[in-house]
Design a protein around this ligand. Structure first.
Ligand SMILES: [Zn+2]
Length: 210
């Protein structure tokens, strides 16, 4: 609780006619509050996780289902699951891997993306949701490609960049081979912009008249 001498004391902050007026708390104070809320919420979350697993103790199948589901909740520490179910973290991991709730396949070749950690699995699900939710994204997320397909895409991009460079150089070479008079009004074959070359002294023109 804040003391009334504290500038953040809520006493008159909502009274527009009061003598006090609301001051923004300092950055340190805001960070301390955020950490307090985060810590409290974690404690509550842990309490509910433990309760849920304890109540299910008489039904081992239900415990397994709950562990598999709770394993995918990023804010839940796997240690809480292990302690509440009297298992080790690796036991819980083995159990959840034996009955995975979600599976992921490479978007290029379809190979199953296996042997991923819990957080990598959660990250792949986020990427999948982002990718499917944003139709403007043309490139699939890297974490939804297998290693060879990712490498293949990188190689293709490099090859394409190389070809673009060569094409640009060939166009320039061809242009430079033309008589000077022809070069005075040159239509760029890439952008189809007409470049005013002539006797201009601008740096852009010099590039092409050299
Ligand atoms: Zn692949």
């Amino acid at each position: 609780m804040l003391h009334k001498d504290n500038p953040d004391y809520r006493g008159d902050q909502n009274d527009p006619f009061g003598e006090d007026f609301f001051l923004l708390p300092s950055e340190e104070e805001i960070r301390a509050r955020a950490e307090q809320i985060l810590g409290d919420n974690r404690d509550y979350l842990r309490f509910y996780v433990e309760q849920a697993i304890w109540y299910a103790q008489d039904n081992p199948d239900l415990v397994k289902v709950m562990l598999s589901l709770l394993w995918l909740w990023e804010a839940i520490d796997p240690k809480w699951l292990a302690e509440a179910s009297f298992m080790t973290v690796s036991d819980v991991r083995n159990l959840t891997e034996s009955q995975p709730v979600m599976t992921f396949n490479c978007l290029d070749c379809g190979t199953e993306l296996a042997d991923k950690s819990r957080l990598q699995g959660i990250g792949m699900q986020h990427s999948l949701e982002d990718y499917c939710g944003d139709k403007t994204k043309n490139t699939p997320p890297v974490n939804l490609l297998c290693g060879p397909c990712h490498q293949q895409r990188k190689d293709n991009a490099e090859q394409q960049a190389d070809l673009d460079r060569q094409r640009h150089q060939a166009l320039l070479a061809e242009y430079r081979g033309r008589p000077y008079e022809d070069r005075r009004q040159w239509v760029c074959p890439v952008s189809t912009d007409s470049l005013p070359l002539g006797h201009s002294t601008s740096s852009q023109s010099n590039l092409f008249v050299l």
